[in-house]
Write a protein that binds this ligand. Sequence first.
Ligand SMILES: Nc1ncnc2c1ncn2[C@@H]1O[C@H](COP(=O)(O)OP(=O)(O)OP(=O)(O)O)[C@@H](O)[C@H]1O
Ligand SMILES: [Mg+2]
Length: 387
Amino acid sequence: MPRDQEPLVIGERMLTLDPRPQGRATIDVDALSRHLCILGTTGSGKSTCAGVLSLELQRMKIPEVILDRTGEYVELLSSLNPTVLTPGKNLVISPFDPKDTYAYKQIEDWISLLDHFSHVTHGIGLSPLQYRVLREVFDTYFHGTRRPLAIHELLSRLEDEEKDFTELRGWSESIEALISKLWPLTHGVVGKTLNTYSRNFDVQQLFEPGLTIIDLSPLPDDRGKNMLSQIILKEVYEEVRKNGRTGSVRLVMVLDEAQHLAPNEKGYVSIPERCAMELRKYGFSLVTCATRPSLISQNIIANSNTLICHMLNNQLDIEYASGFFIGSNIKDSLRRLPVGTAMLQVNHPEPKDSARVRVGTVIQRKMLAADLREPASSTERMVEEVA
Ligand SMILES: Nc1ncnc2c1ncn2[C@@H]1O[C@H](COP(=O)(O)OP(=O)(O)OP(=O)(O)O)[C@@H](O)[C@H]1O
Ligand SMILES: [Mg+2]
């Protein structure tokens, strides 16, 4: 059973002019089910902060999965002995697999997956015509078979549809656009991972104790990373709901570079947003990291009860982020944060004043196998050594 009474320690609280720590910076485990967002410009310390959080989650024995777009967490968190899932090797998923039961809902789910993929990768969802043709292709194929439909087969069936309806205006262009979007998923490592009839991934394994890192770095571009992440998120969503409501945290999911999967696009509700909004009572916790608060869905930030913001240097981003912090001179503080320090806003069990935090204790920084910088000043170093 997770030990949920102790808080998570993410570093030391500091005062602006006095570099000596003022006490531990903590977050209640219960606060996690209302999600957490880590912001900051590139190189400001977001991934290190997510790494510190992982150390704490593992200390508390809370299952965690990281969708790692750049592959940096495998090395950073090697001391935790994570299970690493590598696309094309021990991570192969056929996306259109009717499993043992075939139902109309599954077709709608697959089309919805393709719609989300199109939204985040191409900035526009599927057209009504594309919805219609996909529904027809899936429906015809799965009439009487439970064999998965590989992506290359889906494409050749779409090509057949295109030939059959050349006289309908807009039809063939619409199908052609769809084929162009999906074709890159059939080749190379992405193809080995997704364009297949088999699967060696079981979503339940993510809910086992320990840390799982899904290393997306072997996938050469955003298309494969987006599609694989979205398939996994959708499966997690279903599994979390299946397991019913709970008062404790069952799974923490970290999305680094979350702007890719939850862009700030008016009127579009992404898969991570749905997870954040609908799964709170089911023990699911979403941790998102983003470089630019203005590029990530505002729903994601607004639904994150705990905010950690590292240095921001862009006026628009500062405007977006500062509104979530309690205290004076927040905008100025956000601009002046050195690497590895952040403003922390905790709203659980009740909203507190924001605090300036040096992320990671001495021990935590040692456990992270990275080239972490020495504390900024010798006074700080002395204080840490004594601590
Ligand atoms: N808490 C910390 N203590 C000491 N050094 C840190 C800390 N956080 C970050 N650093 C230093 O800054 C570097 C960049 O940190 P990190 O990779 O966490 O930034 P990031 O915000 O995730 O960057 P990116 O946007 O490029 O992913 C680290 O390699 C390390 O040298
Ligand atoms: Mg990073």
